[in-house]
Design a protein around this ligand. Structure first.
Ligand code: GDP
Ligand code: MG
Length: 437
């Protein structure tokens, strides 16, 4: 798949000290092939490659970061731009209810997504109403009712009356029942046709939705993009929901939709279960496509929070292998600035083991850790291995903690030390340096 391909390309770039323009071209040729094979629209690929190249050649490379990694960074940034930079939120009606109309071809996942979206909104304390406006398959109404029951969200039905009338009546129902979101599940067809579009246009005219979201199956690749284009031209979409991203999709749809239609992807369906709907984050998707967990996000957060000087000092420490308890305290204080540690650790592949360190970065724990470390002599901070039983007793007493707490801290320190070694490469980002020629 796409992320494997990318990793192969970038593996070749690793180990190289400097990249020539030729190297950049070579790498980008492979990126180009990988994108085309992933079913990304060819015009999108062309523009994408041009942008990356423009940025990569002659770009300043952060010190110690290999030029290859720098190219990864640029590719990553451009992937994010391609998908719309940030998460596009749902439009909000000035006065409720917010009316959301789901449209799309048969089997794309509209009915399922309607229920998922209702569940998502309900969890945020909103009061959604589901509307069964697909009257052509009797099973469709039933399907929505079953889903609505499961999540305890009311489903508005009027049997097989005109979908336009149903939609209209549902808005009044929502108003008089204080529902602040109306989600209309419409009928699909196997292919786009005039009849379908006419009906959808009529519903649109009647209820003036705040959101017209196209539900498309990500597995269908470029077809998904063509479908999005047609629906957008006919109806004027406000956004797209990509479903079945949990499957073995090639990624092409996610990468092309925004560029081709101008409509942001607002949500992603990640499975058949009701809770498998996620707001779509271009940066996370880009990282997923690059197959690097959210390491890149981590790097960016770290960059924002750690001041360069400290990081450089830390780098020296790590190199000389004398990362000590003072650095430990320092890094904890830095990490705290970055946000919940748990969240950060979750972003690093294979980092689950260190998660129990997360417990100590809440405010109170950090105070304890500070107290313990400040109760140590400078020598003890530099050489924790000299801390024996009687020293532990003294430290515990001096800091108003217990021997167990001192032990725990020392253990966490060891874990942290290991962890720091694992991504010792990270802090390299912070110095500036060479150019790619
Ligand atoms: P509709 O015809 O557009 O209303 O499509 P449905 O909501 O009936 O969904 C069609 C099929 O796709 C169902 O079997 C769903 O369970 C499945 N489906 C929908 N969304 C997802 C998703 O995000 N992931 C997976 N794996 N299956 C999905
Ligand atoms: Mg349906």
């Amino acid at each position: 798949n796409l992320s494997n391909k990318f990793q192969e390309v970038f593996k070749k770039l690793k180990g190289k000290g400097k990249l020539t323009e030729e190297d950049v071209n070579l790498a980008l040729r492979e990126v180009r092939i990988a994108l085309l094979e992933a079913d990304v629209n060819f015009q999108v690929v062309k523009d994408f490659i041009a942008k990356v190249k423009e940025k990569a050649v002659g770009h300043e490379v952060l010190e110690s970061l290999t030029p290859g990694q720098q190219v990864i960074k640029i590719v990553h940034e451009e992937l994010i731009n391609l998908m719309g930079k940030t998460n596009a939120k749902l439009n909000d009606a000035g006065s409720p209810p917010t009316i959301i109309m789901l449209v799309g071809l048969q089997g794309a996942g509209k009915t399922t997504t309607a229920a998922k979206l209702a569940h998502f909104l309900k969890k945020q304390g909103k009061k959604p109403l589901l509307v069964a406006a697909d009257i052509y398959r009797p099973a469709a109404i039933k399907q929505l009712q079953v889903l609505g029951d499961a999540i305890d969200v009311p489903v508005f039905t009027m049997g097989e009356q005109s979908p336009v009338d149903i939609a209209k009546a549902s808005i009044n129902f929502a108003k008089s029942n204080l529902k602040n979101y109306v989600i209309i599940d419409t009928a699909g067809r196997l292919h786009i046709n005039e009849e379908l579009m006419d009906e959808l246009k009529k519903i649109k005219e009647e209820v003036s939705p705040h959101e017209i979201l196209l539900v498309v199956d990500a597995m269908t690749g470029q077809d998904a993009v063509n479908v999005a284009k047609s629906f957008n031209e006919e109806l004027g979409l406000t956004g797209v929901i990509l479903t079945k991203l949990d499957g073995d999709t090639k990624g092409g749809a996610a990468l092309s939709v925004k560029a081709v239609t101008g409509c942001p992807i607002k949500f992603a369906g990640m499975g058949e279960k009701i809770e498998n709907l996620e707001p779509f984050y271009p940066d996370r998707m880009a990282s997923r496509i690059l197959g690097m967990g959210d390491v890149l996000t981590l790097i960016e957060k770290a960059q924002a929070a750690i001041d360069a000087e400290k990081a450089l000092k830390m780098q020296e420490k790590l190199k000389s292998r004398d990362f000590d308890l003072e650095d430990f305290l320092d890094s904890l204080q830095q990490i705290k600035k970055m946000g919940p540690l748990e969240q950060l650790l979750g972003m690093i592949p294979g980092m689950g083991k260190v998660k129990d360190i997360a417990g100590m970065v809440d405010e109170k724990e950090l105070k304890h850790i500070e107290a313990i470390i400040y109760s140590m002599t400078p020598e003890e901070r530099r050489k924790p291995e000299i801390i024996d039983g009687s020293r532990k007793k003294r430290i515990a007493k001096g800091s108003g903690t217990s021997i167990q707490e001192v032990n725990r801290l020392l253990k966490q320190f060891e874990q942290m030390k290991k962890m720091m070694k694992q991504f010792g490469g990270m802090e390299k980002q912070l110095k500036k340096g060479k150019k790619i020629k």
